[in-house]
Design a protein around this ligand. Structure first.
Ligand code: DOR
Ligand code: ZN
Length: 345
């Protein structure tokens, strides 16, 4: 039995940092584990230009604890009016690493998202030409589509045509939650990949809805049936280069989750690596953990893997029920539970 695992330092390929005091409170949790992170742009107002992204990056860098090496990788929030030249220049200047497509109103702060994918075609053409990665929140938002079907429907309505019309475009199907998405990604060309969150590997929708409503297990896309969780676990732990780590850590204060209209999002950052490692251990697939956490993501983005390493030990870790965040309270993913791995040192 493996009790200690040393892997290259991982990166988080999907993360929400927010801004202001909350951002300053959450950045250290990520920087403790990860060398880089793809920072999502759904602020209010959203990060829609290279100038806004460069300023946001500066604010994040100021929040990184002294002596810790961490690089935020910025994304452009795509809208119906995104300027392809600003995006291309921002990418060429090293400000943008990727661009994020939120269908309008799909999730937190996505009101400015894309109302019609067809309007984005000139931008997607530019991205395909320049090799800019497109990160997609793949859910349709039409009210007549059941919330549990929104990801599968997005594949049929949009994913297939985007992939067909831009065959060289690098696309990441973000935070996939269904066997349908796993199958779509597996059957697509190598320039189509997916991130998978820890929560979608650990829970199915019962964790949100059985025994009383459990707002801390609510995120978007929502967790689905058990068969989907099992398909995600199989994909993540398979060793396939198409699947990699993206926590979708999305901090909301306890009061905003435990609310008449509770926010979607799980604060996965504090024990993210330990959470994923537990899954790989349960699946008897620790030999594939480094690929998922530290190699597949950089390879897809065309970036070098990190040189430094990180070591995990098998150990019982009691995750606190809540954490202080900017003088307020937040519930971390696994809050009040015990997980089987810890970061050594
Ligand atoms: O649950 C979610 N929370 N899903 C998202 O796509 C966005 C995120 C947030 O920003 O809170
Ligand atoms: Zn997200």
């Amino acid at each position: 039995m493996t009790d200690t695992l040393t892997i290259r330092r991982p990166d988080d390929w999907h993360l929400h940092f927010r801004d202001g005091d909350i951002m300053r409170g959450v950045v250290p949790y990520t920087a403790r584990q990860f060398a880089r992170a793809i920072v999502m742009p759904n602020l209010t107002p959203p990060v829609t230009t290279a100038a806004l992204a460069a300023e946001y990056r500066d604010r994040i860098n100021e929040a990184v604890p002294q002596g810790v090496k961490f690089t935020p990788l910025m994304t452009c929030y795509l809208t119906d009016t995104t300027d392809p030249d600003d995006l291309a220049r921002g990418f060429a200047d090293g400000v943008f690493t990727a661009a994020k497509l939120y269908p309008a109103n799909a999730t937190t702060n996505s009101a400015h998202g894309v109302s019609d994918v067809a309007k984005l075609y000139p931008v997607l053409k530019q991205m395909e030409t320049d090799g800019i990665v497109l990160c997609i929140h793949g859910e349709v938002t039409d009210h007549d589509i059941d919330v549990f079907d929104r990801e599968a429907e997005f594949i049929e309505r949009y994913m297939r045509s985007i992939v067909r019309d831009f065959p060289q475009l690098k696309i990441i199907f973000e935070h996939i939650t269904t066997a349908d998405a796993v199958k779509f990604v597996e059957q697509s060309s190598p320039n189509i990949a997916a991130t998978i969150t820890p929560q979608h590997l650990h829970i199915n929708r019962n964790a949100m809805l059985v025994g009383g409503i459990q707002p801390h297990n609510y995120c978007l896309p929502v967790a689905k049936r058990e068969l989907h969780r099992l398909a995600l676990r199989k994909a993540a732990t398979s060793g396939s280069p198409k699947f990699f780590l993206g926590t979708d850590s999305a901090p909301h204060l306890r009061g905003d989750k435990e609310n008449d209209c509770g926010c979607a999002g799980i604060f996965g950052a504090p024990y993210a690596l330990e959470s994923y490692c537990t899954v790989f251990d349960e699946e008897d697939a620790l030999e594939h953990f480094e690929a998922f956490a530290s190699l597949n993501g950089p390879a897809f983005y065309g970036l070098p893997a990190n040189e430094e390493t990180i070591t995990l030990d098998r150990a019982e870790v009691a995750v606190p029920e809540e954490l202080d965040l900017a003088g307020q309270t937040i519930v971390p993913w696994h809050g009040g539970q015990t997980i089987g791995w810890r970061i050594a040192g």
